[in-house]
Design a protein around this ligand. Structure first.
Ligand SMILES: [Zn+2]
Ligand SMILES: [Zn+2]
Length: 349
């Protein structure tokens, strides 16, 4: 089959590789329809996580995908999975038996990274979906409604991360929310916050993507031109935002998030900065600002699918580009340079 194969940091090509085999009882093999480029992919490709994502080369990345089941393992079949099932996927697959998995926190699996103990993270250290065929545990795939197209459903992975970020902020209907970062995750968080009944949505970001945020109903702040914290204080009568989502992942934005939160506010963080930021601890302690880290999307994919199926969230404005697998290099370049308003870029293996 054709697949995108990473052979070293920043070295990749489309190659013919063996089809997946050795199906385990709880696995299925799917024909991949669509794999979206995730913001993490360029970092995996650049070798920013040496020995971790991936552990070694050659490696096939890709984790925001959808497809159709073509082969089922024995237990998957007993559980009702069959050829022709249309699915979308998430990257995490907990071992299923450790304390964290047993209590629903499989994103924090205690056997993370040990394939022999049943853990997987597809497209990160387990082979991923920039390929014609994808072998996956049924723990990491979800049936999609008959009337939803496969390409659309491939965004469930990032959308369910955005949903988790909003839920972790404990947003209550009508409350104002501040989102830092107008990239794909920030924009999806905006859509989720709206669906969950946020009051005003304030988004700090830059470039064309900030105009998109405005189109989607946010009050926008261009962080290059405006003091973000000052502007948030003006907009909130000096109180700050009760819910803050940090989706930018820079040293400045995390600091701004802590300073722009209201007394007793919550900062829900998915951005990962290269260096640890200076946290304004006086503010955090004396005003009880809670900082909450969010990893991936535990138990939110089905909810994200429901939001899409019911049209509470419409992702079409964010789906900007589509390329065949053979043109992955061009697609990655357009994604990285945010050319032509690129937000979510689809690859068709
Ligand atoms: Zn991702
Ligand atoms: Zn586990």
């Amino acid at each position: 089959m054709q697949a995108l194969v990473l052979t070293a940091p920043n070295e990749f090509s489309i190659q013919d590789i063996p089809e997946p085999s050795d199906l385990e009882p709880e696995e299925v093999i799917c024909k991949v329809d669509t794999t979206f480029i995730c913001g993490t992919d360029p970092h995996i490709i650049a070798g920013d996580f040496p020995g971790f994502w991936p552990k070694s080369f050659p490696f096939v990345p890709g984790h925001e995908w959808s497809g159709t089941v073509v082969e089922t393992g024995t237990r998957a079949a007993s559980l009702g999975w069959k050829e022709g099932d249309r699915v979308c996927a998430i990257s995490h697959c907990g071992c299923g038996v450790c304390r964290n998995c047993m209590t629903g926190r499989y994103n924090l699996c205690l056997n993370y990274g040990y394939e022999d103990r049943g853990h997987r993270q597809y497209g990160h250290y387990t082979p991923g979906a920039y390929a014609e065929l994808m072998k996956t545990s049924i723990k990491s795939v979800y049936q999609i409604p008959d009337d939803m197209d496969l390409e659309y459903s491939a965004c469930v992975d990032p959308l369910s991360i955005a949903l988790y970020t909003v839920k972790r902020s404990r947003l209550k209907p009508g409350e104002d929310i501040l989102i830092l970062g107008s990239g794909p995750q920030g924009l999806m968080a905006l859509l989720c916050a709206k669906a969950l009944g946020a009051g005003r949505i304030i988004m700090a970001g830059g470039g064309e993507r900030l105009s998109k945020a405005e189109e989607l109903g946010a009050i926008t702040i261009n962080y290059r031109e405006t003091d973000v914290v000052k502007r948030v204080m003006e907009l909130t009568n000096g109180l700050g935002a009760p819910r803050v989502l940090e989706c930018a992942g820079t040293v400045d934005s995390i600091r701004q998030a802590c300073l722009a939160a209201s007394k007793g506010g919550v900062v829900s963080v998915i951005g990962i900065p290269h260096e640890d930021p200076l946290i304004p601890m006086k503010r955090v302690v004396l005003d009880e600002v809670e900082i909450i880290g969010d990893r991936a999307n535990p138990n939110t994919a089905e909810e994200a699918l429901s939001l899409l199926a019911a049209d509470r969230v419409d992702l079409h404005p964010l789906m900007t580009h589509r390329f065949p697998l053979a043109e992955f290099g061009i697609a990655l370049d357009i994604f990285n340079k945010r050319q032509d308003g690129a937000i979510k870029v689809a690859i068709k293996p």
